[in-house]
Ligand binder design. Structure first.
Ligand code: URA
Length: 433
């Protein structure tokens, strides 16, 4: 078999076979096939597309390129959840202990943040002492004993995806539905769960800007998951507005804790409960109605919060911080961003808010940048709300006033006012089962 022939076949719109896909993934990982030939194939895939079968085969080849996490020691149906990434998305912090409190084991591997979106691992590390790099044995032991563990992704999970993603990033081939779906699903399949709940974000703060694109991606990922023997469902959710009010690591952990204590913003509560109940539903705990009741009860009775505390304790964190937020690192500078106009907020670009938060120190511009766990934004007003001139829109937290001034400029430029009320779309836009 020759890589040249595979490139030529795809260039001419042909369907790649399992052998051809495995040949190129294995050859690329073993460094027998050079970057320039894989780049050419990626561009051919980008232009000619892949069908569902080819996309499933590519997912399988990438998943098999590294370790497949073995969760068989953990009893019960193991469920994972994945979000395609959004601003203020801290649902994992809520639903992992919540599902565990309802009896569904959650063995979760999460990522770090890059660019305008945050990562669960960075958020958890803002809890003083919390360790996300525990050994595989400890990870499994914790899930067996307390039902939940959230750790960083291991180095050898779908290495083919890591190499391909780096190449896509520099060859203008990221934005292809088959390449995105196989990239995400290869890591989910390799993570070893029996069931997967996908949260596909749509809007100004998301990868996918339109509902139609997001539904197509969600449908494709659900089909791949099912083709690979995993119970898979998806929801398409709004990312034209940040989720909740807090953006930035410790600020988001505190907001998630508020939800676990039965308080917190309504949108964050709604989505976290929806995703958690879907996780219970695919685990076979009952129908939607029953599962949503179980989720609410676990929060109302404080069981989800207790589970969170157990997880913090097991992973070396200071449990006292769950009740005493003063134990989180505090930003030295705090700034009240006030409205210069009166009206309804027609637009407050979510991508810009994510970038502003990164500028404040909460995110990484490059993989090597370090982050400031205390930096970020707490919104007092969001898209669609009425604001008076001089009213507080957001509080900005950072280690320097220069950063605050730059973030202020970004936010200022992202807001458009309207004299008349603005229509807001629902948070949950589609469900794919
Ligand atoms: N997230 C991924 O993991 N891969 C993609 O290709 C896009 C988003």
């Amino acid at each position: 078999m020759r890589m040249y022939d595979i490139i030529e076949k795809k260039r001419d719109g042909g369907e790649l076979t399992k052998e051809e896909i495995n040949f190129f993934i294995n050859g690329y990982c073993n460094e027998n096939i050079p970057d320039y030939q894989v780049s050419a194939l990626l561009m051919a895939i980008f232009l000619k597309g892949m069908n569902e079968k080819e996309t499933s085969l590519l997912t399988e080849a990438m998943a098999n390129s590294g370790d497949i996490v073995d969760l068989s020691e953990i009893e019960g149906f193991k469920v994972d959840k994945h979000s395609t990434g959004g601003v203020g998305d801290k649902t994992t912090l809520i639903l992992a202990p919540l599902c565990a409190a309802c009896g569904v084991p959650v063995a979760k591997m999460s990522g770090r943040g890059l660019g305008h979106t945050g990562g669960t691992i960075d958020k958890l590390e803002s809890i003083p002492g919390f360790k996300t790099d525990i050994s595989k044995e400890e990870f499994i032991k914790n899930v067996k004993e307390i039902g939940v563990a959230v750790v960083g992704q291991t180095g050898n999970l779908a290495p083919a995806d890591k190499k391909l993603y780096a190449l896509r990033d520099v060859t203008a081939t990221v934005n292809n539905i088959s390449l995105i779906a196989s990239s995400i699903m290869s890591k989910k399949i390799a993570s070893g769960a029996d069931g997967i709940v996908l949260d596909v974000k749509t809007g100004s703060g998301a990868f996918m800007k339109t509902v139609e694109e997001s539904v197509n991606l969600a449908e494709l990922m659900v089909k791949i998951g099912k083709n690979m023997g995993r119970k898979t469902v998806a929801v398409v959710t709004d990312m034209d507005v940040p989720l909740g009010n807090a953006i930035g690591n410790s600020l988001e952990v505190i907001e998630a804790l508020e939800v676990l204590k039965g308080r917190g913003p309504d949108d964050l509560k709604e989505l976290s409960f929806e995703l958690a109940s879907k996780m219970l539903e695919i685990s076979g705990l009952g129908d939607k109605n029953k599962c949503i009741k179980m989720v609410r009860k676990a929060v109302d009775e404080g069981l989800a919060l207790s589970k969170f505390k157990e997880m913090v304790e097991r992973q070396g964190g200071n449990v006292k911080a769950v009740e005493d937020y003063d134990l989180f690192k505090k930003a030295p500078f705090k700034y009240h961003f006030k409205s210069r106009d009166t009206g309804y907020i027609k637009e407050m670009n979510t991508n810009a808010l994510g970038t502003a938060s990164m500028v404040l120190g909460a995110g990484r511009e490059t993989k090597e940048s370090s982050i400031d766990h205390s930096a970020g934004i707490v919104l007092n007003k969001k898209k669609g709300m009425k604001v008076q001139k001089g009213e507080l829109i957001a509080t900005l937290y950072s280690s320097s006033m220069e950063r605050i001034k730059e973030a202020e400029r970004i936010i200022e430029n992202s807001i458009i006012f309207s004299p008349s009320p603005v229509k807001k779309r629902p948070l949950i836009l589609a469900e794919i089962n």
